[in-house]
Design a binder for this molecule. Sequence first.
Ligand code: PLP
Length: 445
Amino acid sequence: SIEARDVAYHMHSYTNARAHQENGPVVIDRGEGAYVFDSTGKKYFEAMSGLWSAGLGFGEERLVKAASNQMAKLPYYHNFNSKSHGPAIDLAEKLISIAPVPMSKVFYTNSGSEANDTVMKLIWYRSNAMGTPEKKKIISRQRGYHGVTIASASLTGLPNNHRSFDLPIANVLHTGSPHHYRDAQDGETEEAFASRRAEELEQMILAEGPETIAAFIGEPVMGAGGVIVPPATYWEKIQAVLRKYDILLIADEVICGFGRTGQMFGSQTFGIEPDILVMSKQITSTYFPLSAFMMNERVFEPIADETNKIGVLGHGFTGGGHPVGAAIALETLAIIEERDLVARAQEMGAHMQSRLRGLSDHPLVGEVRGVGMIAAVELVLDKAAKTGGETPGALGVQANRRLEAKGVISRNMMDAMAFCPPLISAQADLDFMVDALAETLDEMQ
Ligand code: PLP
């Protein structure tokens, strides 16, 4: 069977390889709108947009056409040695035009991890260019997710991305996450918690020496860490500290970008003014692997000087700015604008959030959180103690399995059930998803 061949030949990402040998895969065969179908024909509402990524769902013909037209015209070219091509130029211009703050240049990569890896390298390169070679440390956050390459996995602040990998590498520091529900002290308000996080950041900077800190990286809303929406004043307070010590701010918008939080960028939702903004996933609806980051003049200028001094920027990827990916991204952005999917994410998001919040009083629900079209429902056995079962994550795994049986694909981050449905989801799809979750919770009681 196809399932047996998967077990025989395919090693999976983010999977317990031994459990997979026992249980086998769910093989997804085809997509249609916000739904996918498995090899047995079973239909699922894809409440995670794949991996927080297929914003336009799984059957957008216009993206297929954009890809096939570009394939026929110029299936591949690169941007090394001053070569260029129309789709990469058009997309760079488009991204700069919709940037939440003035940006100068776009650099292309193939995955979120590669983008963050490249950002880290360019920040080091810039510090050397500026004659401040000691300014190399990058502050990330516990529970943050920035990818899995050696550098980006180091930035990631989740234990399973470090354990047995001998990570993190040097020059990466982790400060506390903005997770009020889990990390606040007893009785601490969101405002007081945000102030404490900013003070802790300042203490870390002072302890390390401000002259050694190059940048701070954060997701506007943390995704893989459990959909953590920061307190209202968190980003304002963090940015005040970064400005005081001349530290660059990197917004990792790999999940938040392109409408997810109800604005084009999460930076707009949270008043973030990044020096570097990282994008991937929804940029092509993930019909093609493409990532990119924008940088402002302050970042670009010293780097440009250094390339002139050395004679070349010794960095770049064969597939960076791939014409097919760039053509799909341009069409994705055109569709987002034509169908006003950012406003729709706000409207449908408000509906989804309010329906999910309707589950708050359920005995198994510790917290419902989210903004726009991204949310999490944190499951607990003891609401007061905020604790789950003996095995952390077991509640989430069980809920996931039950939801899947009901035709909803979700994802548990330990005991937090994440929901990140396609931006094109209809209200009835979202109701189906929330009803399935409500039934699941009742069954688990
Ligand atoms: N940054 C964020 C915020 C992400 O959510 C992810 C992936 O989930 C990444 C970076 C890494 O992207 P990729 O899996 O394309 O390497």
